[in-house]
Design a protein around this ligand. Structure first.
Ligand SMILES: Cc1ncc(COP(=O)(O)O)c(C=O)c1O
Length: 395
């Protein structure tokens, strides 16, 4: 249990999934949507709901991105009627931004497509997937669906990846999913520790590929922080996944990418991701080009906005004796000392939506994303009411 959510597929079936498709187009509540299929009363994007369940940027994309999407319809509104357009331009813009070559990049319909493609290419019946428990489950779910083995390694006492144990468990593995910052724990392994971990893994298990998921990269405030894109370009055993869904505020648009060695990227592109016509949408690509070209100021501002909300939200819980893990992301994992389902259901009745269960911590730890400051000020009032006496007494 705990590392995959595959039982969702068995439980829900195609009929239900089809009926809920419209909910997916909203940019907030998407990750939660997956689980809301089990709880059909949830309408995560209803006006008035505070949706802090899916780790999104509550501000959405900036004005430049919206303008680019609007103009991508074309003067006659006909451009979205064509299959392709924009993939090459987006790859070029990303290559320039990261100082890599276009052949080092492949696009995906969200980084979800990247995670699935990498799992498809690098795991097999005799090549398991290794990841922490808990983790973001996409790769583990997909490996399980393919009938491939998944090995889980517990987090350490600070809810960080136990890198020595992870390296040791990865001998002979096909793929290590290395989510940093980690979802759902929100913690972070520093750049030096990550470099040492990758070096150890490369030498102990040269055939094992490492997928470094940098979905929350832009939210890190710890100075011991760097992207593994330069390493990925040189090292065929390292792939970095990035997304426009988080700090760029474009979750509903569905666009992400991988950066890696040219040979690795060729392998991924030839299988599925990034052909430019099969799964990418022209409006998302136009928006993503504008997001890249708008420069770093947007991200710097978003990181600062998030850090202020993070500090406020974490302090609220800490002051009441409920310690969150050290968040380096746009969400926190906090010990509320009671089953999360109870807490979640009670919050939802008061129009606040927090995240699903993350076994094995479903009896204690809740993942709460950071909304706007205004949303969090309202949300903590609800948390105070729901948590009752214990929260009020410490206030
Ligand atoms: C760690 C991590 N990776 C990847 C994703 C997938 O994001 P997307 O497909 O929107 O890029 C998520 C979504 O929440 C995530 O938390």
């Amino acid at each position: 249990m705990a590392l995959t959510r595959r039982n969702f597929v068995h439980t829900v079936g195609l009929g239900t999934a089809g009926a809920l498709t419209a909910t997916l187009i909203g940019s907030r509540g998407r990750e939660n949507f997956i689980w809301s299929a089990l709880e059909p009363t949830l309408h995560a994007v209803d006006p008035g709901m505070i949706v802090i369940s899916s780790n999104e940027n509550p501000m959405g994309p900036g004005a430049k991105v919206i303008a680019a999407i609007q103009s991508a319809f074309g003067a006659d509104g006909g451009r979205p009627g064509r299959y392709s357009g924009g993939a090459r331009d987006l790859i070029d813009a990303l290559a320039k931004k990261h100082g890599v070559k276009p052949e080092n990049i492949v696009l995906g319909c969200g980084s979800t497509q990247i995670l699935r493609s990498v799992t498809h290419v690098f795991t097999a019946k005799d090549k398991p997937l290794v990841a922490t428990i808990p983790t973001y489950e996409e790769c583990a779910d997909y490996a399980t669906l393919m009938g491939n083995k998944v090995v889980g390694v517990a987090l350490d006492s600070e809810f960080k990846p136990d890198l020595d144990r992870l390296a040791d468990a990865s001998q002979g593995a096909g793929l290590v999913f290395y989510c940093n910052p980690s979802n759902p724990s929100s913690t972070f392994a520093g750049a030096r520790a990550t470099r040492d971990f990758i070096a150890k893994l490369n030498s102990q298990s040269p055939g094992t590929t490492i997928l470094v998921d940098e979905a929350y990269f832009h939210y890190v405030t710890d100075p011991d922080h760097e992207t593994f894109i330069p390493m990925a370009v040189q090292n065929p055993r390292v792939i970095v996944a990035r997304t426009f869904s988080k700090a760029y505020g474009m979750a509903g648009l569905r666009i992400g990418y991988a950066v890696g060695h040219a040979e690795t990227i060729k392998q991924l592109a030839s299988w599925d991701a990034g052909s430019g016509t099969s799964s990418l949408n022209v409006l998302a690509m136009a928006g993503a080009i504008a997001a890249v070209e708008q420069g770093d100021a947007f991200i710097t501002k978003e990181r600062a906005r998030n850090a202020a909300v993070r500090d406020f939200s974490m302090k609220w819980f800490s002051d009441r004796g409920m310690k969150p893990t050290d968040s380096q992301a746009n969400f926190m994992f906090v010990n509320i000392g009671r089953p999360v389902r109870e807490f979640r259901d009670a919050c939802r009745k008061k129009n606040v939506v927090v995240a699903r269960d993350f076994p094995p911590f479903e009896k204690t730890h809740c993942r709460i994303a950071f909304g706007t400051m205004d949303e969090m000020q309202k949300a903590v009032k609800v948390f105070g009411e729901v948590l009752g006496k214990s929260a009020a007494a410490a206030a």
